[in-house]
Structures are given as C-alpha cells and as structure tokens.
Design a binder for this molecule. Structure first.
Ligand code: HEM
Length: 492
C-alpha cells in the first residue's frame, strides 16, 4: 500500500507541473481567466482523470514493466540510453518480455530464446514491420529504403531487387577473388610502410566511391572482363540497381536510399566487427597462434581463400566468438507489429516497437559458460552445434544477424569477408598492443543501434611473418570494398 502511495505521489509530483505548463502554453487565455485558488483544484481533478485513464489503458493484459506516468511514460525512470546492458538488467527484474512506455509509445523488450523465435520466426509476419519515427522518416525519405521500411509490398520488391546483385552465393563466388586481391594489397601496403612497424596502424573507414580507383586496384576484375568480352562483363552491384531504376521498377530516391542502407547496414557493421576482432586478437596472442597453426596444418602452404574457409573451424569459431561477445547490432533492428498481437501470453498493443536483446541472448550466464570470456574454443566444444545463421536450423541464443523475414541478407558476404580479413592479418603479422600497453581497451560505446569500440586503438603489427609479393601502383592508397560502394582506407 505504502509502495503504491509512493508511486502515486511520484506520479502527482511529476505530472502536476507538466499539466500546468501544458495548460499555460496551450490555452494561455484560459490560464489567466481562472482564479489562482481554483487552479490547484482544477489541476488535481485533471490529474486524477489522467491517472485513471492511464491506469485503465495499462491495465489490460500488457507485459509487465515499471509503472508509467502520464505524458512521460517510463522515461523519467529509465532515461534515454536504453542500451543492451540496461535492458538486460531490467529483464532480470521484469521478466523475459517486458514493456516500457516511452511517452505514449510502447517499447517491448524480448530477452528469451523462445520468445525471440516467436517474434522473428513463428510470428515473423505479425512482428515483421519496422517502427516509424521522425528520424527514420527523414533518413529514409518516409520509408523509401529497405532496412527501415514497414513490412509489405515495397519491402518485398526492394528485397527482391537487392538480392540478385548483393546477397547470393553466386555474388560471393564472382567477387571473392577480388576481395582477396584487395586484402592482399592492404597487407602489402602495411608491410611497405615503415611507420607501421614502429608506430602501428589505426584502421578507419572512409566513405568514398572509388569509381576510377577500383579499376586500378583490381587487375583481376580487368582480366575477367577481358576474358569474357564486353557483352558478359562483370558489372558492379550498383549497375544492377540502376538497371532496375531504368526499367521503372524503383525510383531514383529508392536507389539513393539503397546506397545509404548499404553504408549503414553493410559497411559499418562489418567494420565494427573487424575492429572488435583485431582488438580481441591483439589481447589474445594464443588465438592468433592457433589460427596460424590451423591454416598451416590444414592448407599446407596454400593461401586462405573464400572457397577453403570451411576447412578452418578454429578461424570460423573466432569470427563467431567476436560476433557473440561484441554483437554489432545488439538489439537487432527494431521490429514492430502493425496489429495487436500476442506474445508469451501477453497482449502487445498494435504499433509497439519490439526489440530482441540479441546481445543478452548470447551473453546470459544462465545459458553460456563464462560468457564474458573471449574463447573461440567454446564453438568447438560445448557450443559446437551453434552456428551464425539467418535461417534453417537456428539456435535462438545466437542471433548476430537476426533470423527470419527481416534477418540480415548480408550474412553470406559478412562471414567470409571477416574470415578472410582475420586470416590475412594473422598469417602476415603478429599483432601486438602499442608500446607501453599490455592490452587494447575493449570498452564499448553505443548499444541502442550499434555496439562499437569506445576508444579506437592502434594495433602494432610487431613482426612481419611473410614478405609481400605484390607491387603497388605509385602511392595508391584506396582499396575497393567488396561491394564497390565504399572504400577502406588505411592511414598511418
Ligand atoms: C558483421 C556484419 C553484419 C552484421 C552483424 C549484420 C547484422 C544485421 C542485423 C542484426 C540485422 C537486422 C535483423 C532483424 O531486424 O531481425 C540486419 C539487417 C540487414 N542487413 Fe546486416 N549485418 C551485417 C552485414 C551486412 C552486409 C554486409 C549487408 C549487405 C551487403 C547487410 C545488409 C542488411 C540489410 C539490407 C538488412 C535489412 C533486412 C530487412 O530489413 O529486410 N548486412 N543486419
């Protein structure tokens, strides 16, 4: 009873000034015309009605959660930084599905594998939309993109158009030679740069469309085009998208938002993962050594290529462990139910924002042995059947790419690219922390949409393990990204 009274007192103290201010600014003449003695009574009555209305609107079978106050909902209690760790701690108090009121909007948080299955797979249509807000509307031209658009015909068309040029095994097969060549050029550039040995390198991303550089930096592409003739030339992914525009299937705006989606969904996520992997490898030299040993034992001097990655389980386990511990999109991209739905026995009001805490699913000590440890071995031992997949046989505790209709179609590219990058770095260099440091700082930043390293560190490749066998054209320092829509630049 005392607890309820305290809650009511909290609600009154927060809401009274808010209602007062609202009235003052909305109806200033009304505010001036009433006597100062009547004002507190009027406000109190309004407050009681507001509270009763709010309590009634929350009393249906909604998921549990902290008691919301009118206007603000739970904002004053939980704050604005609703990152994966805060939501994980709230799930321990309120359960594996709970609701927060953010103003008048509902945020439903799912922290359990079976409920994640419901949201992403079993009820994938019901929860397959994306929430809309002013920011999304501005950045996507009111949903003209694919990643943030609502579930429906436009999303289906965009996903179909993007699949052929971006998300098939054929794309991986066609481009993997170019990826490998680009990566070898990066390695050579690092080896040829004397500063790298003494001072180390800081890897960062730059958004460029290296249209003319890409021909210089990918001789293999030139060779393939020459062999096939103009008619069968390999075109870049964007050529297919522009073709779709020329055929009238999509608009010019759609093309622009596809590029924007790729920048955010593809390049940044892969880059954050690379950075986490490099940091963890620097901090775990034995993992670097085990990868080297696996490559030399299995491949017996042959180069690691996309086609032999499947022969290297320890390397793949390292990629998985990086994505588990540092899930790059820890809450997935938010989902939304267009209509009222049921989840875990609760009613989810229509148009609720629904997030699956994928980081917590993969880091909950109830389900993982010492989850805070970076230990790729777990994926060869107690978790040997756990795969990073976006469909098929899914372990719903491990969803770095989501699963189901709105899952990441880029998984076919991201996994081999990460495997190749790690193998190229580890076989060519022994990566160490900068002088005077024992470990690289792996503190996190972000959490609502993305999880990246807080302090970008310099990794010092202490020892070149091999000699560079490629020659670079002049001072060329742009590298073609596998998708031809961005570039990874290495600055020293
Ligand atoms: C390590 C790298 C990556 C990670 C961790 C990642 C993760 C994710 C996640 C968690 C989602 C949302 C799933 C959901 O809402 O249920 C997603 C969506 C998406 N990703 Fe990725 N991704 C990566 C790389 C890529 C790449 C390389 C591409 C493209 C070339 C890509 C394209 C997309 C697209 C287009 C969507 C939206 C799908 C939709 O809404 O239908 N991603 N990704």
């Amino acid at each position: 009873m005392g607890h309820s009274a305290a809650k009511f007192g909290f609600i009154c103290s927060v809401s009274a000034p808010a209602l007062g201010l609202l009235t003052k600014f909305t109806f200033p003449s009304f505010f001036l015309s009433i006597s100062p003695n009547i004002l507190p009574i009027t406000l109190s009555i309004a407050l009681v009605f507001a509270f009763i209305f709010f309590a009634l609107s929350n009393s249906s079978n909604n998921p549990p959660g902290p008691l919301p106050v009118p206007i603000f909902g739970n904002w004053l209690q939980v704050g604005n930084d609703l990152n994966h760790r805060l939501l994980a701690s709230l799930s321990q108090k309120y359960g594996s599905v709970f609701r927060l009121k953010l103003g008048y909007k509902n945020l439903v948080v799912v922290s359990d594998a079976e409920l994640a299955n419901q949201v992403l797979h079993a009820q994938g249509v019901e929860f397959g939309s994306r929430p809309r807000n002013v920011v999304f509307d501005i950045f996507t031209g009111n949903g003209q993109d694919m990643v943030f658009t609502i579930y429906g015909d436009h999303w289906r068309k965009m996903r179909r158009i993007m699949t052929l040029p971006f998300f098939t095994n054929k794309v991986v097969h066609n481009y993997s030679g170019m990826w490998e060549e680009e990566m070898d050029l990066v390695v050579c550039d690092l080896m040829n740069n004397p500063k790298v040995k003494s001072e180390g390198i800081l890897i960062s991303l730059c958004y460029v469309l290296p249209q003319n550089q890409r021909h210089k930096t990918t001789p293999i592409k030139g060779r393939i085009m020459a062999a096939n003739g103009e008619k069968h030339k390999i075109s870049c992914a964007m050529d297919h998208i522009i073709d779709a525009q020329l055929k009238g299937e999509i608009s010019e705006e759609n093309v622009i938002y596809i590029v924007e989606n790729i920048n955010v969904a593809a390049i940044e996520t892969t880059l954050w993962s690379m950075e986490w992997a490099i940091a963890e490898l620097v901090n775990h030299p034995t993992v670097q050594q085990k990868i080297r040993e696996e490559i030399s034992t299995v491949l017996k001097g042959k180069e690691v290529t996309e086609s032999n990655l499947h022969e290297l389980p320890y390397l793949q386990a390292t990629v998985k462990e990086t994505l588990r511990l540092h899930t790059p999109i820890p809450l997935l991209v938010p989902h939304m139910n267009l209509e009222e739905a049921k989840l875990g026995g609760y009613t989810i009001p229509k148009e609720s924002k629904v997030v699956v805490n994928a980081w917590w699913l993969a880091n909950n000590p109830a389900w993982w042995k010492n989850p805070e440890e970076f230990r790729p071995e777990r994926f060869l031992q107690e978790e040997s059947s756990t795969e990073a997949v976006a469909g098929g046989k899914v372990d719903f505790r491990f969803l770095p790419f989501g699963v189901g209709r709105r899952s990441c179609p880029g998984i076919v590219l991201a996994l081999p690219i990460l495997g190749l990058i790690i193998s190229k770095l580890v076989t060519n260099f022994e990566m160490k922390p900068p002088n005077g440091m024992e470990k690289i700082d792996v503190s996190e930043k972000g959490g609502q949409f993305s999880l990246h390293i807080a302090n970008h560190s310099t990794a010092a490749p202490a020892l070149e393990l091999r000699r560079c066998s490629l020659s670079l054209e002049g001072n060329e320092r742009y590298y073609c990204c596998p998708l031809f829509v961005g570039g990874v630049s290495v600055f020293s």
